[in-house]
Ligand binder design. Sequence first.
Ligand code: HEC
Ligand code: HEC
Length: 150
Amino acid sequence: MKKTAVVFVTALLGTIVGCASTTTVAMRGGDVTSADKAPELKEYGQKTPGIGKQKLITRTFLTQPPLVPHSIEKYVPITFDDNACLECHISDDLNGKKMPKMGVSHFSNTKQEKDGSPAVEMSRYQCDSCHVPQADAKPLVENQFVGVTK
Ligand code: HEC
Ligand code: HEC
């Protein structure tokens, strides 16, 4: 009985030592046990809407929500009582200034505002769940992807 236990412990130690001496090479490089470094923060466009005219990043597929080419800090969070995005994007004109108006898909087919204009579709109310500020982010891996809208 005692002999069996000794053999078992020796075998176990052998396995542990064996494991420790084998180094596993991770695909991402470096040691698997070391913590990953957080990626660097991307530079987002910090331009005020309409100022500086930041270049739009081309949409890559037809139903893609366009990226926001201006800063949004002042307009978030969007709350039930306050949606600043709508002030500019509800129409194509804000006090004589040209604005990109939200597409027809953003308006209700059935509900109307008091003045008879179509109401905003509530599934489109939380603008920043689909539209994010644009950053000049390089692809993570080399690839040959080509957008379909070019
Ligand atoms: C003060 C007015 C104003 C406010 C508020 C505003 N925008 Fe804009 N937005 C603009 C203007 C003007 C442009 C055209 C590009 C430019 O000049 O920056 C634009 C461009 C955009 C575009 C690109 C449209 C396209 O055709 O590609 C998106 C998307 C957008 N805004 C979303 C938002 C969202 C989401 C918010 C709220 C978080 C918001 N905007 C708040 C004025 C505004
Ligand atoms: C569920 C996702 C979603 C939400 C939420 C959303 N959008 Fe969009 N948006 C889109 C898509 C997709 C497009 C491009 C196709 C289209 O017009 O439907 C678009 C297009 C736009 C455009 C460009 C219109 C054009 O003619 O090219 C503007 C401006 C815009 N959205 C503003 C807003 C604002 C402001 C809000 C919040 C009130 C908002 N969107 C909420 C998905 C969304």
